[in-house]
Design a protein around this ligand. Structure first.
Ligand code: WTA
Length: 634
């Protein structure tokens, strides 16, 4: 473990001793602030509510859970958590079905409301599905899965681009009680195989081919290659995204009726042989909803486990309050469904809220760098949620691509995945949002399930400082700890108490979960990110403290990249640092053969005075070579 030291640098917001004084101070109810939280005695404004949500977390979450979710059976215990032991359990005793919460209850009140708008790769060819249609598609898929032997507790791997069928597949799993494991459709056969094996999936759902940026991607062939080394796989459902036939094997099951290119009406003919009614399974709050793999600092990806009630509640609440989502708004999160951002803010959050969500299948520059803003105009998007890397890319193409289109429907702009630099933030705010839309920089992780720090979780009028995530969400208590990483002192971000959306464990490796997140500071959730707190109490996230690098807002372990680089005959060995790589003749290694990454990091950061102790290096001269090489590169 690279951590050493570890004392609490400072606590969040203020001393929470004052909370209980707040309670009972005034007699108003909070309905105007947050309808879900109506009736908390003594809480009269947003800041009171934030304090209450942290200090009286059980009362807060119990009320919100009762209000926002439809339960088959009410829970008897709000939470039973012990972070130091890695035990995290919420809403025990409760039973519910996530697909019913995302679909059926809205079909009862507004069946024809648009649930998803599929923004296909081909420009101007969007497909809309109402809640009624999405429920029918989900039920048909649920019946198909059940008929083909998928049972409660199984884990289905989904290898598909963002499309209604992918969402229906996720919800169909939830309907029958199976867990899903969505694998980003850009991952290689090896990466897919590793995830299928770890999840022990017997069923895979895919499409014949994907289409992205005008290019065809051979998804089915990748699945074929992957399952060669996955003995558990017994069946592969194949839908048709393009018209090109693919070779089908004995394990493949065609979903021929499913054609991506055909009209909205025809999409209704998906699996016509299946019934449109599918009995939802009653699930315990803590049954697994999905696994999602994310990279760690060692090679093996971690299958983080999210469960039913707590995850859904947290995704829904953050979606509503972080972005000020209102009924009737069109919400667009342009992340792929293969990442947690797509899970929480393309699928579960918006659908749990009865919202309209856009599924973006394309790229920011296809067919040209005006794609996002043309889409905003055509679909009348109200909230747009994207990644700094895309914003930085578009900024380079200039303002004209933005000005071409009407963005007057936009109300909130969101950013996620990495720190957003000031230039990108300003451009997003001034050019894209015409200076009138708040930019919300949202900090969170696959492990946290939903947004934990964002500028306006409680107050839609609060001040926003560019490039800062700023304020904790309801129920979140951030804490900064002094720590030492590679000999330098840093401040790391921890969260001092559990919240419903957090991951419960790592599939097949509960001990790794406890060691990674719970043991560095017993009793606290350790995020692995560095942070800073301004004198006003606002948080700024500085990035990963470990060897995980962030490529385009997605986490990739340095070990995984080094594995690939090292397969290349020209590269004898490699070390990657925070997305930066350079070719050097030799790497600084200790006598025992370990690459001294902190030295590389210091060189990259041009902090040559702080190189620290080099005495364990095999050949200290290597450092000079690297410094020279880096200098030449700049
Ligand atoms: C980074 C993505 C700075 C951070 C939701 C975190 C951020 C990792 C921000 C999680 C932000 C995410 N500012 N850094 N607003 N949001 N990160 O699991 O290092 O793919 O630990 O989840 O992205 O990446 P993940």
């Amino acid at each position: 473990m690279w951590l050493s030291g570890g004392r609490m640098a400072s606590v969040g917001r203020q001393s929470f001793g004052s909370c209980f004084r707040v309670l009972g101070r005034r007699g108003c109810n909070t309905a105007a602030v947050m309808p879900e939280a109506a009736g908390f005695e003594g809480v009269s404004d947003r800041s009171d509510l934030q304090d209450f949500s942290v200090c009286s977390s059980d009362s807060f979450w119990a009320a919100v859970a009762r209000q926002r979710l439809s339960w088959i059976r009410p829970f008897h215990t709000v939470q039973d958590c012990d972070l130091s032991q890695g035990r995290i359990r919420w809403f025990e005793g409760g039973k519910l079905n996530v697909s019913v919460n995302c679909l059926d209850r809205h079909v009862h009140t507004c069946p024809e409301r648009v649930a998803v708008i599929w923004e296909r790769d081909e420009p101007k060819s969007e497909v809309k599905l109402s809640y009624r249609q999405l429920l029918e598609m989900t039920c048909r898929l649920g019946n198909l899965l059940r008929r083909r032997g998928v049972k409660k507790g199984d884990c289905v791997t989904i290898y598909m681009p963002p499309c209604p069928l992918a969402v229906a597949s996720m919800l169909a799993c939830a309907r029958i009680g199976a867990a899903h494991n969505v694998v980003f459709a850009g991952f290689s056969a090896d990466a897919l195989a590793e995830r299928i094996r770890d999840a022990q999936s017997s069923t895979v759902i895919t499409v014949n081919q994907g289409v992205r940026g005008g290019k065809v991607i051979e998804l089915k062939k990748t699945v074929d290659a992957a399952i060669q080394s996955c003995p558990t796989v017994q069946q592969v459902f194949v839908a048709m995204r393009t018209e090109n036939p693919v070779v089908m094997t004995a394990k493949d099951v065609a979903m021929e009726e499913v054609r991506g290119h055909i009209s909205n009406q025809n999409l209704l003919t998906v699996l016509t042989c299946e019934d449109t009614v599918c009995e939802p399974a009653g699930m315990d709050s803590e049954d697994t909803l999905f696994l999602l793999y994310t990279s760690g600092s060692t090679g093996k990806p971690k299958g983080l486990v999210h469960t039913q009630a707590g995850y859904l509640l947290y995704a829904a609440l953050t979606h509503r309050y972080v972005f000020s989502y209102h009924d009737g708004d069109v919400f667009s999160c342009v992340a792929d469904i293969g990442w947690i951002t797509g899970h929480s803010y393309s699928v579960y959050g918006p659908l749990a809220n009865g919202g309209t969500t856009v599924l973006f299948e394309s790229t920011p520059i296809y067919p040209d760098p005006g794609r996002y803003w043309e889409m905003v105009q055509r679909l009348k998007i109200n909230q747009f949620y994207g990644a700094p890397t895309a914003i930085r890319l578009l900024l380079k193409y200039g303002d004209k691509w933005v000005h071409k289109y009407d963005r007057s429907t936009l109300k909130t702009l969101g950013s996620v995945g990495e720190p957003i630099n000031t230039e990108a933030w300003e451009w997003y705010h001034r050019v894209v949002g015409q200076g009138r839309c708040p930019v919300v920089d949202t900090w969170w992780q696959t492990e946290t399930g939903g947004i934990c720090i964002a500028p306006r979780p409680a107050d839609p009028d609060a001040e926003i400082v560019p490039g800062m995530a700023m304020r904790p969400f309801f129920g979140i208590k951030p804490v900064l700890m002094d720590t030492e990483v590679y000999g330098s002192s840093c401040v790391s971000l921890c969260i001092a108490q559990p919240w419903p959306g957090m991951a419960r464990t790592i599939h097949n490796d509960p001990q790794r979960f406890t060691e990674t997140y719970c043991q560095p500071y017993p009793g606290y959730f350790f995020t692995g990110d560095g942070a800073y707190r301004s004198k006003e109490g606002y948080y700024q996230i500085t990035g990963r403290l470990d060897d995980v690098i962030n490529v385009s807002g997605h986490r990739i372990g340095t070990a995984e990249i080094e594995d690939v680089l090292n397969q290349c005959s020209a590269v004898a060995e490699s070390a990657q640092l925070f997305g930066f790589s350079q070719f050097a003749q030799r790497l600084p290694k200790t006598r025992s053969g370990k690459i001294m990454r902190r030295v590389l990091r210091k060189v990259v950061d041009s902090e040559l005075e702080g190189l620290g102790d080099l005495s364990t290096l095999d050949d200290p001269e290597v450092v000079q070579e690297i410094i020279q090489g880096h200098h030449d590169l700049l």
